[in-house]
Design a protein around this ligand. Sequence first.
Ligand SMILES: [Zn+2]
Length: 157
Amino acid sequence: MIGNHEKPTKRPKGGERPFPWPCRHCGKLEVVMGVARYDAEIQHDGRIHSFTIPELHLPICRACGEKVFTEKMDGQIGAALRAHLHLLSPKEIRAGLERLNMTQEEAADRLGIAEATLSHWLTDTQLQSRALDNLLRVFFAIPEVRAVLHGEPRPAA
Ligand SMILES: [Zn+2]
């Protein structure tokens, strides 16, 4: 590594400070990484979904039990929501594209979605709606569906 990329004027982000952290609730220096059961209520597709994540990894105060929520939990919660809703995972979507030997651009075009949207699903930054998950499933499984969905006519190059 060359150079020092640390910016001493900026506070490090929540999840990157070394443990233990001081507890906001009791003030003790007892916050360390732990595991807790978490009852999630998350809005997706215009509905509130309630489900339990049996093992959420998060910082917890050893003294008073206060839980600290950081952005790092978003991935765990998103994955749990996807499993709860039985939505295709990024890995499954990627495998579907590879099986069809189809680029993201072509698939997005045929599905009638923005390439950025497909990219968000593949990088796990957004969860697809149930309706679009259904569309992906039939698109990957049924050749006739793909034949019907030609996509927008492309301008001649
Ligand atoms: Zn505490």
